[in-house]
Structure formats: structure tokens, C-alpha cells
Write a protein that binds this ligand. Structure first.
Ligand SMILES: Nc1ncnc2c1ncn2[C@@H]1O[C@H](COP(=O)(O)OP(=O)(O)OP(=O)(O)O)[C@@H](O)[C@H]1O
Length: 294
């Protein structure tokens, strides 16, 4: 079905002590059911703001979010969010962290046995069945992120919103989670908006990559359709001319069309990270956020 989710003429102005700051200007994006969309752009361009508006956490100054024909302007279980820093309750086990969301959503609709089965099924999807009774402090960062994804999936949201869900993970764990996400996507066909700074991640996972211009008053610069057959295998794709063409298109957008000065500062006062030879951000202290580059 076309236009499952419509981000329609969305502008956002934040009040600041120096007067209003226009972060977004007329962002327009129509997303089909089951589409996997990545949002990419330089640090501070407004990706999280777009996601937070879709999630209902921010109110757009202008425009609207229409989901299945209805305007949404507050948070709801139809839009589950997975953040970069897993948000598990430390006093609950892996199982209980998912169960709490499932009980909230399916109260009165699923029996106790069905709830148990559903929680276990979703944890199985993210390969966490072996750790049901562990506490967050007893599992790795990658595992916590898996649990966060299971919790979001278990809510059966209409749209899954992911804000750099793998940003804090090492490259190998990140690759495993990307593969898991592709498997899950093949099975469930979720509608997903993913924010990422990782060009390879965007090309590997997406049906479309939405590239945002630099702020202030950021908007959608270009949209790239990724017409690679699924299932996608990162090793096969590494040698694929099509894959490398898409990758080059995104890099050209970011580093030529929307190039930033050598040492960019966002208006959050954060300095960008240096990149390695592949254009991936180099690991840096946790207080600095990773960026695509400058
Ligand atoms: N509550 C706020 N008040 C004032 N300005 C804000 C607020 N939230 C975000 N901004 C500004 O809006 C712009 C977009 O921020 P946003 O966090 O959406 O960018 P981003 O692309 O997600 O950045 P990053 O990639 O670094 O996470 C930035 O200039 C930011 O400083």
C-alpha cells in the first residue's frame, strides 16, 4: 500500500535563548508499508529530530505525520523506538524486560501462556533464548541491544524507529546485528526508519537511503533507491559493482555535495570525529557522538 507513513511538510523550530532555531524545513517523505528507510546526513542535520517527530516525542512546528491515514502527534505503541543506548530496566531480567512491554500492549488480548510464548518467540528472533533469565548487567552491549530490538518487535509496531541502534557497538557485533535485522526483516517485513552514520550499513539494509542536507533548516537532499536483490550477503556485495556504485553515491553526497568544513562543530558544540580510510568514523571517547565526517 502506498503512503503508509507520510511525513508531510514537516518543519521544526526550537526556541533557544538566542531566538528560534530552525532545525528542519519542509521535510517530505512518503514511506510504503514494509519499506526499510535509512536516514543519513552529517551530525546535527536533524535526523533525530525527524525520528522524534515521527515517534511523537517532539511536535513539529509545521506539517504533520500521517500513519495509515491518521495524524499522529503523540507517542504510541504503533511506533516503537530503539535508541543507541539500550534502555533496559536493570532490575528486570532479559525475559521480564520484554514481558513488561508485551503485557502493556496485549493486556486482555493474550492469555498468560500466549504472552510467555510471544516473549520467548521475539527473544528467539534476536538469538537471545539462551539468556532469558540474565540481568542486563550480566550481558554484553550487543546482547542488550538485541533485547531492546526484541522488545520493540514484540510490541508489533506499525513502524520501527531506530536511532543509531548499533552506533555504540564494535564492528563485528554490529555486523552480526545487521545480519539478524535483515533476517527479521525478511520474516516480518516491518516498516523501518533507521538513523545511521554508517554508509555500508545504510546500503546493506535499506530499500531507500534518504540523505539530508546540512542544517540549519535542513531538509531531504536526495533519495537513493537501493535496488539490490535480497537476501543480501555482505561478503558477496563487497565485490558487487552495483553495491559500490550506491556506496559511492552516498559518499559523494556527504563529502562533496554536502561537504562540511575540516573541523565542523554542530550547534550542540560537538566536534566531529575523524574518519578511517573506508570513510567510517573512528572510535572516540563516549562523550563525543560519532558523525559521518567532515
Ligand atoms: N531541544 C533542542 N533545542 C534547540 N536545538 C535543538 C534541540 N534539539 C536539537 N536541536 C538542534 O537541531 C539540530 C538537529 O539536531 P538533531 O539531533 O536532530 O541532529 P542529528 O542529525 O540527529 O545529529 P547527530 O547525528 O549528531 O545525532 C541541531 O543543530 C541541534 O543542535
Amino acid at each position: 500500500m502506498a503512503n503508509y507513513l507520510d511525513i508531510s511538510h514537516v518543519s521544526m523550530e526550537f526556541p533557544t535563548k538566542n531566538g528560534p532555531f530552525k532545525a528542519l524545513d519542509k521535510v517530505n517523505l512518503k514511506i510504503e508499508r514494509g519499506e526499510f528507510i535509512s536516514l543519513i546526513g552529517h551530525s546535527g542535520c536533524g535526523k533525530s529530530t525527524v525520528l522524534n517527530i515521527v515517534a511523537g516525542l517532539h511536535q513539529a512546528t509545521e506539517g504533520a505525520i500521517i500513519l495509515e491515514g491518521k495524524e499522529v502527534n503523540q507517542p504510541g505503541p504503533d511506533r516503537a523506538v530503539v535508541f543507541q543506548n539500550h534502555s533496559l530496566f536493570p532490575w528486570l531480567t532479559v525475559y521480564e524486560n520484554v514481558e513488561i512491554a508485551v503485557k502493556q500492549i496485549f493486556k486482555g488480548k493474550k492469555s498468560r501462556a500466549e504472552i510467555k510464548q510471544w516473549v520467548e518467540h521475539n527473544l528467539q528472533l534476536v538469538h537471545m533464548s539462551h539468556a532469558l533469565h540474565k540481568y542486563p548487567a550480566e550481558i554484553s552491549g550487543g546482547m542488550k541491544q538485541r533485547v531492546g530490538i526484541a522488545r520493540a518487535l514484540a510490541m508489533e509496531p506499525k513502524v520501527l524507529l531506530m536511532d543509531e541502534p548499533f552506533g555504540a557497538l564494535d564492528a563485528l557485533t554490529r555486523a552480526h546485528l545487521q545480519d539478524s535485522l535483515m533476517e527479521i526483516q525478511a520474516e516480518l517485513n516491518n516498516t523501518v526508519i533507521l538513523i545511521t552514520h554508517d554508509v555500508d550499513e545504510a546500503v546493506l539494509l535499506s530499500d531507500r537511503i534518504v540523505m539530508m542536507s546540512n542544517g540549519p533548516a535542513a531538509t531531504i537532499g536526495e533519495v537513493l533507491h537501493i535496488d539490490l536483490p535480497r537476501p543480501r550477503d555482505r561478503l558477496v556485495l563487497a565485490d558487487s559493482p552495483e553495491y559500490n556504485h550506491y556506496r559511492a553515491e552516498v559518499l559523494t553526497f556527504l563529502h562533496q555535495k554536502q561537504a562540511k568544513p575540516d573541523v565542523p562543530m554542530t550547534n550542540k558544540g560537538q566536534q566531529s570525529a575523524p574518519e578511517n580510510a573506508q570513510g567510517a568514523p573512528v572510535k572516540k571517547p563516549p562523550e563525543l557522538k560519532q558523525v559521518v565526517g567532515g
